[in-house]
Design a protein around this ligand. Structure first.
Ligand code: HEC
Length: 90
């Protein structure tokens, strides 16, 4: 569930309410430290958590669980940067 409101960042900005269903998490890894781990690669650690078990990463392989949807933004380090204007270089 989400609501939307007007803030100093703009009008109609949406935000999650108490019923958050899941969290997608990415951790930057420029060194490729965990080459043999299917949850690490392409410059990131990839994870999916749900409220029922906050200690368990439900993703098992980022290549099948994450990359297909993030393919359009591969050229932007896999991130949909339009949501983060401060990341854009002028
Ligand atoms: C069904 C398609 C889909 C899948 C599967 C998916 N993503 Fe995404 N993800 C998106 C889209 C589209 C966005 C940007 C729009 C948004 O935030 O809703 C996004 C945004 C994100 C963001 C916020 C940063 C950004 O790029 O805007 C993170 C972090 C993220 N995804 C991580 C993951 C991880 C980790 C996985 C695998 C466990 C994953 N995603 C799987 C489609 C997907």
């Amino acid at each position: 569930m989400s609501n939307a409101g007007s803030y100093t960042t703009g009008a109609g900005v949406s935000y999650a309410t108490k019923d958050v269903k899941q969290w997608f998490v990415m951790i930057k890894d420029v060194k490729g430290r965990f080459a043999d781990n299917p949850l690490w690669g392409d410059g990131w650690g990839w994870a999916l958590y749900k409220p029922e078990d906050k200690d368990k990463n439900l993703a098992t392989n980022y290549k099948t669980d994450c990359l297909s949807c993030h393919k359009p933004v591969e050229h932007k380090d896999w991130i949909y940067t339009e949501a983060y204007p401060t990341l854009s270089k002028e």
